[in-house]
Unconditional design. Structure first.
Length: 139
């Protein structure tokens, strides 16, 4: 499994929106400046995040973006899968959900365990949890 640059920046963009005042909107320029990426790349990511209903956009001069979901309801897996599809570490494990489908393949069972750990970690790490963990580390 390779986390794409798009996924990494999508996580950073959502985190930026999580930290923002709920009453405010952030425009693409502000987000791209804060996260040090091009406006074009930011817009591409923002469109995808809107499509999967993680964030919402508002048009007009005072338009911009804000979260559509609560930070406690958005996890890292949601973001990564919105950007690059299903998470798998080996092509032979794409679409595999249960170990019993791996019949007698020790290597794939081992890789499945690792893949499952990553998926679980991404699923259980919400943005609310990410923020609270980072505050603990800073103290």
């Amino acid at each position: 499994m390779k986390l794409t640059q798009e996924s990494e920046y999508a996580i950073k963009i959502v985190l930026y929106l999580v930290k923002m005042d709920e009453a405010k909107l952030a425009n693409a320029r502000e987000i791209s400046d804060a996260e040090k990426l091009s406006v074009k790349f930011a817009l591409k990511i923002l469109r995808r995040l809107c499509k999967v209903k993680i964030i919402e956009s508002f048009r007009g001069i005072k338009g911009g973006y804000k979260l559509k979901k609560s930070p406690s309801k958005i996890n890292i897996k949601d973001i990564v899968e919105a950007m690059q599809g299903e998470l798998y570490i080996s092509p032979s494990l794409k679409g595999v959900r249960r170990k019993d489908k791996l019949t007698d393949d020790i290597v794939n069972e081992f890789l499945f365990d690792i893949q499952d750990e990553i998926r679980n970690r991404f699923t259980t790490t919400t943005f609310e949890k990410l923020i609270s963990n980072s505050e603990i580390v800073k103290s």
